[in-house]
Design a protein around this ligand. Structure first.
Ligand code: GMT
Length: 374
């Protein structure tokens, strides 16, 4: 099939999932066309089966806000016609489902029918989309999608609770392509980050308030009182300064390493011992799943879809949002002795393997088939 994929090209989970999905589909013989404003960060190569079309929004002084949706829907019309695309898969409802619907309508005028699947990822529903500024348009474009999927059962329930949806929502979880995950690393440079007798805790996110980075620092503070350790923080965002300040106040700033945005997550996960994800909201927690795939157990909150990914007592532990005392206790339980840590590491990987792409890809392909050929 010829599939146009619309996504955010940045480090966020929705863009990563869309990119990995496109790459996997291309390997199965589908022709994939990414349509977005920058080459997606995880899209390292373009082949005859993978194409990238840049949406350009020229600055025009009259516009206070540059009209990205307009440029995107126009680009979609052009790409769909030129490459005779069979279907459209948009990731993240805002504004992609809306722009996709507009493209569908323009093409209809020319006698071209193009079905659209919308995959809901989380903040497009729970944080941004639910706001009255956007809600009517998001509700409308979800209902106008031919197929709607969500990345967890929890996100499906949230969507049905927040919006008036008259479409069936199919749950298709996020995934890991285990064929890309190395069993062993020759260049895993743990010594660069910590002494041999230190444990390494890690947090990866866009450092937004929803991630509760203050809880990451508090938990680390508690852990390092009992166990010699370092904390690595990957990603960048508005709460980075605040995290650093709390680190100073608690006297642990010198044990926290901020690495910024990274495209080399695997080279850091390979030596990490524990992933912290205490989010306020989290529809799935792809970052946690990626950590588990590299044998890093997870202490997370039990919000949203996290309990569908992180198995309590198996791949790590789930705690109530904001309960940093319990998170600290659980973290120490996992890290305290080598045997327990090894067991959690093994179990983390086993749990992650349930989300291998070979389990998930056929679900998308079945839905594509149904949508295009019914
Ligand atoms: O977590 C973020 O703020 C980024 C956001 C995104 O849209 O990229 O992540 C959402 O989608 C990911 C991929 O499906 C999920 O793994 C994240 O849990 C979800 N984030 C939230 O729900 C806060």
């Amino acid at each position: 099939m010829k599939i146009a994929i619309v996504c955010y090209p940045t480090f966020g989970g929705s863009g990563v999932v869309a990119t990995e999905l496109g790459i996997a589909l291309s390997k199965r013989g589908h022709e994939i066309h990414f349509v977005t404003y920058k080459q997606p960060v995880r899209l390292e190569y373009l082949t005859h089966n993978i194409h990238y079309h840049e949406v350009i929004v020229p600055e025009y002084p009259l516009f206070h806000y540059q009209p990205y949706e307009l440029a995107l829907s126009s680009k979609l019309v052009t790409v769909i016609k030129k490459h005779q695309i069979d279907m459209l898969h948009v990731h993240y409802a805002i504004p992609h489902a809306y722009a996709g619907y507009m493209a569908q309508q323009m093409l209809k005028e020319e006698g071209i029918t193009i079905p659209m699947m919308t995959t809901l990822h989380g903040t497009d529903i729970t944080l941004v989309g639910s706001h009255n500024f956007y809600k009517p348009a998001v509700n409308f474009s979800i209902n106008k999608s031919d197929v709607v999927t969500s990345v967890s059962h929890s996100l499906k329930s949230d969507t049905l609770a927040i919006f008036s949806i008259d479409k069936e929502i199919e749950v298709v979880p996020n995934f890991i392509d285990f064929s890309n995950i190395k069993e062993s690393f020759s260049d895993c440079k743990r010594y660069l980050m910590a002494a041999p007798d230190e444990r390494i805790l890690i947090h990866i996110s866009n450092l937004r308030p929803v991630k509760r980075i203050q809880d990451v620092i508090k938990v680390f503070y508690g852990v390092q009182q009992k166990i010699k350790s370092k904390l690595i923080i990957i990603g960048d965002g508005p709460d980075r300064e605040m995290a650093s300040k709390i680190g100073h106040e608690l006297g642990v700033r010198d044990k926290i390493i901020f690495l910024g945005k990274s495209n080399e997550i695997e080279r850091i996960l390979c030596f990490s011992d524990l992933f912290l994800l205490p989010s306020e909201k989290e529809s799935f927690g792809l970052a946690a799943l990626e950590a588990m795939a590299y044998k890093v157990p997870v202490i997370s909150s039990n919000t949203g879809g996290l309990s569908e990914v992180n198995e309590d007592g198996v791949s790590g532990f789930l705690c109530n949002v904001g309960d940093t005392d319990n998170m600290t206790k659980r973290a120490i339980e996992v890290l305290e002795n080598d045997n327990t840590l090894d067991q959690f590491k093994r179990q983390a990987k086993q749990t992650a393997m349930k989300f291998d792409i070979t389990e998930v890809l056929p679900k998308y392909e079945r839905l594509y088939q149904k949508m295009c050929c019914n």
